[in-house]
Design a protein around this ligand. Sequence first.
Ligand SMILES: Nc1ncnc2c1ncn2[C@@H]1O[C@H](COP(=O)(O)OP(=O)(O)OP(=O)(O)O)[C@@H](O)[C@H]1O
Ligand SMILES: [Mg+2]
Length: 262
Amino acid sequence: MAKSILEVKGIKLAFGGVQAIDDCSFHIEEGTITALIGPNGAGKSTMVNVISGTYRPDEGHVILDGKDVTRMPNYVRAQHGLLRTFQISREFANLTVLENLLVVRQGQVGESLFGALFRAKRWQEQTKELVAEANDILNTFGLYRLRNEYAGNLSGGQKRLVELARAVMAKPRLLLLDEPMAGVTPALIERLGHHIVELNRELGVTFVLVEHNLDVVEKICSRVVVMALGKQLADGTLAELRSNQAVIDAYLGGGARERVGS
Ligand SMILES: Nc1ncnc2c1ncn2[C@@H]1O[C@H](COP(=O)(O)OP(=O)(O)OP(=O)(O)O)[C@@H](O)[C@H]1O
Ligand SMILES: [Mg+2]
């Protein structure tokens, strides 16, 4: 069996009276693209937040590469290559596309006044290298011509691409995406899917993708983890899950038999 890059074990998290995650465990194999699916309110987004470190669980453990990161803040997890995408917030909308990528690695250059003043040459070199790296990534994503555009002026679809490009700039090993295809055009769904597969193949990035669009799941994900009512209900290939009665019932509960394509 392939090595697990991530394990979640016995996670529980309640918001007031709502048990959003209720003793949920699963693992993610290194080098795979895994879908996390389930009816609305199943706890998928909450789980993404627990894995990335935005939420601390009431109980249970998040294990990255065999190391318990449950108590680590999200930026430390990010330094270990565990990242999630974030929507372009208001501050980022006022930066250009290129600047959106550069700030991801902000800490690396001119981190102090001392550094800026006394190591100016090294600072310039590092900045040049970072700009070159960012431009390469923008090129791959077909965003190079938009590099000096304010991110806030981009279309919804272009923003999704910038979000992914920004995550790539942080050199992820495991990237969590919460409904990256929601509300984008079919052409862009195709393009995002292509980039995810390329990043997986070329750079070996492992993906966990929360996704309602099962055509996308079928096309790009080798394994599917199903959550329902805050628990892991099943896992396997989509083909296997289509004949799994518990999965069909969970979706029927949400009123959508056709969503598992049975
Ligand atoms: N910050 C919060 N405060 C209170 N309740 C929350 C909070 N976040 C999530 N919940 C509740 O926890 C449960 C799980 O929500 P979550 O957003 O994780 O589901 P989901 O599987 O991502 O659903 P969807 O497919 O609709 O995005 C829901 O009942 C939701 O209302
Ligand atoms: Mg959600």
